[in-house]
Design a protein around this ligand. Structure first.
Ligand code: SF4
Ligand code: SF4
Length: 442
């Protein structure tokens, strides 16, 4: 079969066998959760509760008047034990609300059905999605309501739903597609109405034939929604690559999907939208893949936001051996952790405990041999070796001229480099330096 794809990219081992066939399991109720007030792109929230308050599941506990933000909600019922700065993924200290669970899981009266896709207006759906604190669950955590309203002068004609889950090890989206196909389709219909588009495509890599089949069955007879089987190639799930593969449209350098009339959302996000409409349940839990060869019983767990990643590993039987690295997210784009006492947030797609054999490639760096492989695989058609050299030499203006800001940090160049150059790390540094300089000039 001639499958749709994009230029560049690389074939990485899938390593998904340990969890792909296991049904999602509800994680144990944690004794306490630490809910960061900033777990999304945009402005952080301010607390709406104080220490000592009793809160209910689904109650809004943080919000912000900023244009781009996402409210946060209590994922357990119980007492607010503390509000303060706690460690989050990547070593950041983030203002957070700690709730001690009372074990009752009493629902907030705000958790109630909001109406049907047919009865609600586009504006209603956008507002419900905002109030439910829904963000992109693929990892980027960009507020979904914000994406659904195009900027002045632009409009959408197509919704693209990302079911590719191209990162190795991760199978949360795969399981959601198998276990909740009708909810995903309900969420897609809501997103289509919110974005005012008449057609949607669901892109799924062809290494998940059962998911393709499940979603095809669920969309049969639903007008305007089509499932597209995509070649299995990394990073198929990146927005620009997905839009190119499905629609053949090229998002311009520095541009966004809206520039070519497209809005992209993830399958898990679509299921969360269905929950927000049908039950009025805000985003208080998500599915997390816990895997890697150091985990005794890898699984997909449905987890309350704010649960510590250490508890998830314990729930999966603990470590069989000391991991060389614990990563939140996938091994290609995820963030290495130095503590297990960090909470699951809305963007946590996976917790991986990897052995030396699974990560050692990154540790030994040798000089560039000018083989050009990093250029061949770059899905953004950049010159990773030149950008990284400029970044390492502190010549950030030159890195910018090589379009460093277009890098999507997919890690393909670092993965393929025979000299194990830390290319993506150097490019990430260049990007943050260029952005900092731009901010100073403003
Ligand atoms: S330069 Fe950026 S976009 Fe290109 S392969 Fe490397 S990480 Fe991916
Ligand atoms: S892949 Fe590595 S060794 Fe080859 S050109 Fe790129 S940086 Fe140099």
């Amino acid at each position: 079969m001639n499958l749709r794809s994009f230029l560049g990219g690389t074939h990485v081992p899938h390593s998904k066998e340990a969890t792909a066939a296991k049904p999602i399991r509800e994680a144990r109720l944690p004794a306490k959760v630490t809910i960061p007030l900033h777990q999304h792109t945009g402005a952080p929230c301010e607390p709406l509760v104080k220490v000592g308050d009793h809160v209910l599941v689904g109650q809004k506990i943080g919000d912000s008047p900023a244009k781009l933000t996402a409210p946060v909600h209590a994922s357990v019922s119980g007492k607010v034990a503390a509000i303060g700065y706690y460690l989050q993924s990547g070593g950041r200290l983030v203002n957070s609300i700690v709730i001690e669970s009372d074990g009752e899981q009493q629902l907030s009266p705000d958790v109630r059905p909001r109406g049907t896709v047919e009865d609600l207006s586009s504006e209603d759906i956008v507002n419900i999605i905002r109030e439910a604190g829904i963000v992109g669950l693929g990892g980027a955590a960009f507020p979904t309501y914000f994406k659904l309203v195009p900027p002045p002068g632009k409009k959408f004609d197509t919704l693209v739903i990302n079911g590719s889950e191209c990162e190795p090890y991760l199978t949360a989206d795969h399981r959601i597609m198998l276990e909740r196909p009708d909810d995903i389709v309900y969420g897609i219909k809501a997103l289509m109405k919110a974005a005012r588009v008449g057609r949607a495509f669901v892109g799924i890599e062809d290494n998940k034939p059962d998911a393709i089949e499940a979603i095809r069955r669920a969309v049969s007879g639903v007008p305007g929604i089509e499932v597209v089987a995509l070649a299995t190639k990394y990073p198929q799930g990146a927005e620009k690559q997905l839009v190119k593969a499905i629609l053949g449209r090229e998002i311009p350098s520095g541009g966004l999907p809206v520039d070519v009339g497209v809005v992209v959302n993830n399958v898990g996000t679509a299921a969360a939208v269905a929950d927000a409409l049908k039950e009025g349940m805000p985003l208080v839990e998500r599915v997390v893949t816990v895997a890697g060869s150091c985990v005794r019983e890898p699984q997909n767990l449905r987890v309350r936001i704010g649960t510590s990643i250490g508890e998830l590993i314990e729930e999966c039987g603990g470590f069989v051996k000391e991991p060389a690295k614990v990563i939140i997210g996938g091994p290609m784009m995820g963030v290495a952790q130095f503590s297990l006492d960090v909470p699951v947030t809305k963007g946590t797609s996976g917790v991986l405990a990897l052995s030396r054999g699974e990560v050692e490639a990154e540790d030994v760096s040798m000089p560039c041999v000018r083989c050009g492989k990093c250029v061949e695989v770059c899905p953004m058609r950049l010159l990773p070796l030149f950008i990284s050299q400029r970044a390492e030499a502190g010549r950030f203006d030159e890195a910018e001229e090589y379009n460093a800001l277009d890098c999507i940090e997919c890690g393909s160049c670092s993965y393929i480099c025979p000299s194990r150059r830390p290319l993506v790390q150097a490019i990430r540094l260049a990007k943050s330096e260029i952005m900092a300089r731009r901010r100073k000039k403003q």
